[in-house]
Ligand binder design. Structure first.
Ligand SMILES: [Zn+2]
Length: 223
């Protein structure tokens, strides 16, 4: 089973991705991890990528695509969940061509949809319980609103993750994701068109629902 997952930061993509991965025992292929592995192992592609990154430049697609393809091929036996790539329609098309040239298919493309405002609120409103990081608390989501300034589950002390609170960074990531012409939404759209031609299957999840509802919908659609 080969799956590509799309969803902005704050959509619950991590949670749903982990669920898919566990259910089908898939390798989690994530763009950041691919870079770290290639650079850490000093592969030829990793060295080229590092030279760009050291200068603060974007790594060009003709380096990134082969790296992603290598990772996918290495895990072809058990299948994979590709996460965080492609980020734009050009990469989507190049990846699709590379997959086809290697006889690799994509069984499902999963897109978790949430409005930009909702995604942002989810990130900026997230609070972490000192007693258990899995206690859900978000000051902007009514169903999991903290009690006063304490954890809604256990009354523990809450704190905001500092990297969650950088609104500028959140906006920057969402600018790329929600750009329907040159950004990640356009990459997702590329696969949606392929699905209309019968070349893959496309599952849209409404990420605004609670985690269990989204989960059930997802599991009922994956065959
Ligand atoms: Zn708690």
């Amino acid at each position: 089973m080969n799956i590509i997952i799309f969803g902005p930061n704050g959509s619950g993509k991590g949670t749903q991705g982990a669920l898919i991965k566990a259910r089908y025992h898939l390798a989690h292929i994530e763009s950041g991890g691919i870079f770290r592995e290639n650079i850490g192992n000093g592969t030829a592609l990793g060295k080229k990528a590092k030279a760009y990154m050291d200068k603060g430049d974007l790594v060009p697609d003709d380096i990134t695509i082969p790296m992603v393809l290598d990772a996918l091929q290495a895990h072809q036996k058990h299948g994979w969940l590709l996460d965080g790539f492609p980020r734009n329609p050009v990469q989507a098309e190049k990846l699709w061509q590379a997959l086809q040239a290697s006889d690799l298919g994509v069984d499902y493309v999963v897109e978790i949809q949430v409005t930009r405002e909702e995604a942002k609120n989810r990130i900026l409103g997230r609070r972490t319980c000192a007693n258990d990081a899995n206690h859900p608390n978000n000051i902007f989501i009514d169903s999991i609103k903290p009690v006063g300034d304490k954890c809604r589950v256990c009354g523990g002390k809450l704190s905001a993750r500092s990297d969650d609170q950088n609104e500028e960074a959140v906006n920057k990531r969402h600018d790329i994701y929600y750009d329907g012409e040159n950004g990640t939404r356009a990459a997702a759209e590329f696969f949606k068109k392929l699905a209309e031609q019968g070349k893959t299957r496309y599952i849209i999840l409404d990420g605004a629902g609670d985690i269990n509802t989204v989960r059930e919908k997802l599991l009922s659609e994956l065959k």
